[in-house]
Design a protein around this ligand. Structure first.
Ligand code: ATP
Ligand SMILES: Cc1cn([C@H]2C[C@H](O)[C@@H](COP(=O)(O)O)O2)c(=O)[nH]c1=O
Length: 205
């Protein structure tokens, strides 16, 4: 059995993660891998219920941080860890870097408290590879406006998304071996070429 691999995908809302994760799942399945495609907050019945609250119900920053970590704990224990133990590749649309970027950099919540929650919830588990779809907030906002009504995060102003983007940049700088950074402002085809090059460089799969 091949070893499980844990990949996370990050970026501001509208960066193009979801569009490319499905393509990547096919790329991996064509190489004989078992693939779990999942997302955060969410991925389990309980975590999806928490997601609804986090995306649509007003709350303070600590409550928001506790709910995303509660959702993550349930997701890790009941889906991600068993899939990795069974040798699957887990493709997770967002993970803890999103918490540091949105709750930490975006909302200004205490990074030390987030680090403590991270260690309680994850017990050392981190993605093997994190792909950051980086693009300017104005480009992402134009994409979002074309497709859907905004939730609590998507309705934030450009300054919020500039802080979130800077938060991602700090996470990538702190852990360069884990992060791969894509120019997500490029055409979908060009983004896919970048993504494929990252995967080829992290093989064998
Ligand atoms: N490289 C691209 N160029 C132009 N449009 C794109 C590109 N990638 C994705 N899009 C479009 O932008 C919109 C947002 O893409 P998508 O839902 O994949 O982003 P996302 O990162 O998953 O967003 P969110 O995190 O908010 O769910 C979609 O309409 C998608 O078709
Ligand atoms: C994991 C996580 C997510 N968020 C935010 C980021 C997004 O605005 C939404 C999720 O929506 P998506 O369309 O599935 O990307 O939730 C957050 O604030 N903190 C987190 O830890």
């Amino acid at each position: 059995m091949r070893a499980g691999r844990f990949l996370s995908f990050e970026g501001i809302d509208g960066a193009g993660k979801s569009s490319h994760i499905e393509w990547l799942a096919g790329w991996l399945r064509a190489r004989g891998r078992e693939v779990l495609v999942t997302r955060e907050p969410g991925g389990t019945e309980l975590a999806e219920r928490l997601r609804e609250l986090v995306l649509h119900q007003g709350m303070d920053a600590l409550t928001e941080a506790l709910l995303v970590f509660a959702a993550r704990r349930d997701h890790l224990v009941t889906r991600i860890e068993p899939a990795l133990a069974a040798g699957a590749v887990v493709l997770c649309d967002r993970f803890t870097d999103a918490t540091f970027a949105y709750q930490g950099a975006g909302r200004g919540f205490d990074l030390g408290v987030l680090a403590t929650l991270e260690s309680w919830v994850q017990q050392g588990r981190q993605p093997d590879l994190t792909v950051w779809f980086d693009l300017p907030p104005a480009v992402a906002a134009a994409r979002r406006a074309a497709v859907r009504a905004p939730d609590r995060f998507e309705s934030q102003d450009e300054a919020f998304f500039e802080r979130v983007r800077a938060g991602y940049a700090r996470r990538a700088e702190a852990d360069p071996g884990r992060f791969a950074i894509l120019d997500a402002a490029a055409t979908p085809e060009a983004v896919r070429v970048q993504l494929e090059a990252v995967l080829e460089s992290r093989g064998p799969w």
